[in-house]
Design a binder for this molecule. Structure first.
Ligand code: ADP
Ligand code: MG
Length: 268
């Protein structure tokens, strides 16, 4: 559902600089920075491409190569200009990969201002942990099983952090026996097929966790591992066909439930 009067809709439909709220400005500026940080794997300017696929439409479809090529030309986060509460961009943006995380960070601030020390907020795939459990123990957060709907593959014990999972199994359509999901590889304009089935990010930074879960999914296991080594501020759980890769900051906090999977620790 798109709200026609929202800041994002106006940026997409109007030409020139559009006045936006302080939150929209911050959200877009963070998205731009994370795009640069991830070498473009996270890209909020892919909307012309995802519109072609129509993942949120009643009748999604596989676009032609020509259509995809033309839509890819319209992207580029470097061209988004942000100045004094105004945003201008001659393409279209889609903040679906970071908005929930940003919203979670706002909820976290509201809780802090109101003396709420213990809470869990779940925004579809984004879990925001405020403090630990009232009894002093950490929270248990289930990591969705990518193949068995409703099941968990394992759970993580954590406090005061964001735990965000992106998976291609969440939203997809099937055409001629092939399934196509909603996370787009900005290099190809096609759904990312990187060898990752789901990517979970754990971080103190809610917006970063959300955006990176999408970016790591696009990168694939090898690139994601390299990226983690050179980037501070997050841990990750990557599920591939063969194994579950877990970075050492949270390795001991993960409890495997489905013993058919092998767990591998990644160190710096
Ligand atoms: P969800 O929002 O379904 O929980 P994600 O956080 O992984 O899952 O975000 C996926 C959404 O992000 C897509 O629906 C789309 O709006 C947007 N998106 C798709 N591909 C990319 C990408 N490469 N970079 C940034 N955003 C993307
Ligand atoms: Mg995300």
């Amino acid at each position: 559902v798109t709200d026609e009067s929202s800041d994002i809709s106006r940026i997409n439909s109007e030409t020139g600089a559009v006045s936006v709220s302080a939150d929209t400005e911050k959200l877009i500026s963070r998205a731009k920075n994370i795009s640069a940080l991830t070498g473009g794997a996270f890209d909020i300017t892919l909307r012309p491409v995802s519109k072609l696929w129509g993942f949120t439409d009643k009748a999604p479809r596989v676009p032609s190569d020509d259509e995809i090529r033309a839509a890819l030309e319209k992207r580029g986060t470097a061209r988004i200009e942000i100045t004094d509460g105004k945003v201008s961009f001659d393409g279209e943006i889609d903040v679906g990969g970071i908005a929930k995380g940003y919203a979670a960070s706002l909820i976290r601030s509201i809780f802090a201002e109101n003396g709420i020390d213990h809470a869990v907020v779940s925004l579809g795939g984004n879990v925001m942990l405020c403090g630990g459990r009232p009894d002093g123990a950490p929270w248990n957060v289930g990591i969705a099983h990518p193949e068995k709907e409703g099941d968990i593959i394992g759970f993580l014990t954590a406090s005061d952090a964001a735990v965000v999972t992106s998976g291609g199994y969440e939203r997809f359509f099937t055409q001629n026996g092939e399934s196509y999901h909603h996370i787009i590889d900005p290099d190809t304009g096609y759904p990312a097929q990187s060898g990752i089935i789901s990517a979970t990010v754990i971080s103190k930074d809610d917006a970063l966790a959300d955006a990176l879960s999408t970016a790591l999914y696009v990168m694939g296991p090898e690139k994601a591992e390299r990226f983690w080594r050179e980037t501070d501020g997050f841990d990750m759980i990557l599920i591939t066909e063969k194994e579950i890769l877990i970075t050492d900051g949270i390795f001991e906090s993960f409890n495997l439930q489905d013993k058919n999977f092998k767990v591998t620790k990644i160190g710096k």
